[in-house]
Design a protein around this ligand. Sequence first.
Ligand code: C2O
Ligand code: CU
Length: 517
Amino acid sequence: MKISRRKFLKMGLMAGAGLALPLGTLSIPLSRLAASASVRSPSMEPFEVPLPIPPILKPVRTDADADYYEMAQKAGRQEILPGLETEVWGYEGIFPGPTIEARSGRRVVIRQWNELPVPVSTHLHGGVTSPESDGYPTDLILPKGHGYGSSAHAEHSSVGGHSHFFKDYHYPNEQRGATLWYHDHRMDFTGPQVYRGLAGLYLLRDEVEDALSLPGGEKEVPLVIADRTFNEDGSLYYPSLDPSLKGEPGTLAPAINGMFGDTILVNGAPWPQMEVSSTRYRFRILNASNARFYDLALDPPPPGGKPFMQVGSDGGLLEAPVAHDRILASPAERFDVVVDFSRYRVGQEVTLKNLEGEGRTRDVMRFVVARREKEESTVPERLAPELDFPSPDEAEATRRFQFIAGGGWGGMSTINFRVFDPDRVDARPRLGSIEVWDFHSDQDHPIHLHLVHFKVISRNGGRPAPWDVGWKDTVLMRAGDDVRIAAHFSGHRGKYVFHCHNLEHEDMMMMANFEVI
Ligand code: C2O
Ligand code: CU
């Protein structure tokens, strides 16, 4: 039986737990379940396409305190699989979108033009942004001449106005340097719209980073990792109920618990290859996948010492580097890591693996140590001045949120047994206050808060995991996990969302509002 989402909402909030009986705790990661699905995409040899680097967007204008950009969200054609063309929906018509380079303390204004046939909303993930510029799911930029307004979306016009054709987003950048990203956030359709390509990087730099001599220039490399499945003709496969993305939201069964692709793209290229010299490289890793978690490792591991030196997290530089054998990255998380290729011999091939993948999704990309070169960078023992993490002892409130994935009832997913309602506010932290939030998860859920960065205080009653280090805005949750975070609600008053960043769960309503008062 399928209940329409609208009807479901009309039935009221989940009528208590009775209606929302969880499927039961799954003990295997979702990606394993999904991996049993057969490979659909045209076959190709991995490690043949060179790693592309997304272009840096130039401002159209600058003045004393701000840089002004314009971007058109539109369809474009891109050769992703060798010899085939794929239609993408991208910022400037490309996937990933162009990278914005911003400076801490200097404002950025981006005019987003909507040249797509559907509404969009653009969110700067990790940005400390006023509610008007945060890309609230119903704060839509409507498409030109497509007669929106009478559809289901009208029900959700309670926050922000609908802008026609374009909207100016204001980013104050009054926050520390960090790897941010921007992506679509349209109510009910974020999954398919990001999947078609609406995502890009926003690198915020600051003086603390300038003062270090981390690998830079060509040795500072973004790695935007995203899985996709393709049809025989090269078009993207995504099982939307309505592929025009204009009518009924939602997906067919194969993607109801998250869309898992069978092809791993890095910066938009399938299993690419990159030549490196025998020196250190800084990789800004973003898991831009809709649903897939990656357990990243290097094969072979370097002799003597751990492969990854993490220097930054979602919210910027760590106080001190942390060495990892593996990095577990859930959707939307960023890991800023240094890899020292001098530990390999020239000619060696080093594969970035996803230990959690199956078959082809076990590979991500390959590095080839092509030449010897003198080292010019360093990774100092001290990266950033002491980080002022919120102390849970000073919390004004403790709240508990349970994340339960759907399965029945039209696939609706819930937070505390309630589906998203733009008009309901589930938490009202006071501006400037610290709060502790306790999360419980029935399955894999990466949980993201807009506006704030937080500190992971504990995981399953014990210490946080090694990859929970630093300022976070998204925290990885596995089936049955209990995670406690402390956040400082500062920056702006207003209504913001928090949600699961498995974008299919998000579209299936695993989202709620908090309002900073
Ligand atoms: Cu990266 Cu609310 O999103
Ligand atoms: Cu989820």
